[in-house]
Design a protein. Structure first.
Length: 356
């Protein structure tokens, strides 16, 4: 019969064996860590503060080449766009839309001309510009830790990697000592693209230091003609299949939308292609030769182009101009409210005259 001491010794050995097995299971069950410098994921909001956004308010195309679906609302509502929510009361939205109509109708003749709409579009676009300038001041302070009015590429890289979940102090120390950073391939690719943008935003003579104005160009290329050119080059690079630095219609509509799994998805893809075809043929291809050059795309992308604003005004009027008088009456804007505001108003005609 086994003694008490032998039994306890055997039980202890079994416990240690099981503990060792569980520790091994825990190690192999953990996901691989790309870097010893990684810590908990950063708040996505912090990352968005220092990374150039894909969506630029008041610009007709996203930076990834997709059309800006909210463009009409952005240039018609400006900063008031957030007030028109889907779940807000239609009666209140109707009143707000009436107030906007009265502001656009400068000569008070109860109708909006293309010139009046053009002026309004330029004014609302400038609002988005000013909003970006104010936000940039806050973002610049976040990446300028020593407050010297300039941000070096290394300072920005540290803040960017910190936003991606890396340990900021350890990253800073490694960069200071020129030590190798263990960064995953995806993050490194983003960093390389950002460094190209940094070079472009760095006005001559280049010193890899960005002041507040240059940092604004880095985050919002629509504020700089040089950066606007760079953004156009990036879009054409992504869409140009034959390398001639121009876009044909087939290249412009070939940007993948996703895998079509059912008829509903097919309809979405068809609508997407239809929208891009119309924009290419009627707007971007200015001389209608079937080819879009960098110059044509640059003019199209420039949010402060007055000629584009007038064309946009005429298009917006044409959408709702039911009586074909080349002007917009209040009733027409209310009826087509979803196009102008993203909010559909019910029973729009019932109280038009008693409210306005």
């Amino acid at each position: 019969m086994m003694s008490r001491q032998a039994f306890l010794c055997s039980l202890g050995s079994l416990y240690l064996s099981l503990l060792f097995v569980f520790l091994l299971m825990d190690v192999y069950a953990r996901p691989a860590n790309n870097s010893a410098l990684k810590e908990k994921p950063a708040d996505s909001r912090d990352e968005n503060e220092i990374v150039p956004p894909d969506h630029l308010n008041g610009v007709k195309m996203e930076m990834d080449g997709h059309l800006n679906k909210e463009f009409h609302q952005e240039v018609f509502l400006g900063k008031e766009m957030e007030e028109f929510e889907e779940d807000s009361e239609p009666r209140k939205n109707r009143k707000k839309l009436m107030v906007i109509f009265s502001k656009v109708d400068v000569n008070n003749d109860k109708k909006i001309s293309a010139k009046e709409m053009q002026r309004w579009i330029m004014e609302k676009t400038d609002e988005h510009f000013q909003e970006a300038v104010e936000e940039n001041k806050m973002h610049f302070r976040a990446v300028d830790p020593d407050g010297d009015g300039h941000v070096s590429w290394d300072e920005y890289k540290i803040k960017f990697l910190a936003s991606k979940g890396f340990n900021e102090k350890e990253i800073a120390e490694k960069i200071k000592n020129n030590e190798e950073l263990k960064i995953d391939e995806e993050t490194q690719e983003v960093l390389d693209n950002l460094k190209d943008r940094w070079y472009q935003a760095d006005n001559p003579p280049p010193d890899m230091l960005l002041n507040e104005e240059e940092f604004l160009s880095f985050l919002h290329p629509e504020h700089s003609r040089g950066m606007l050119k760079f953004m156009v080059k990036e879009i054409i690079r992504d869409l140009d299949q034959d390398g001639d630095k121009k876009l044909t219609l087939s290249e412009f509509i070939s940007l993948p939308v996703g895998t079509v799994e059912n008829q509903q998805a097919q309809d979405i893809d068809d609508d997407w292609v239809k929208d891009r075809r119309k924009e290419f043929e009627e707007v971007i291809d200015a001389n209608h030769d079937g080819i879009v050059t960098m110059e044509e795309l640059e003019e199209y992308m420039d949010p402060m182009n007055e000629y584009n604003a007038l064309n946009e005004a005429k298009q917006m009027i044409a959408v709702a101009d039911e009586n074909q008088n080349h002007h917009l009456e209040l009733e027409e804007i209310l009826k087509y409210s979803e196009y102008f505001t993203g909010s559909k108003l019910m029973d729009y005609a019932r109280n038009v005259h008693e409210e306005f």
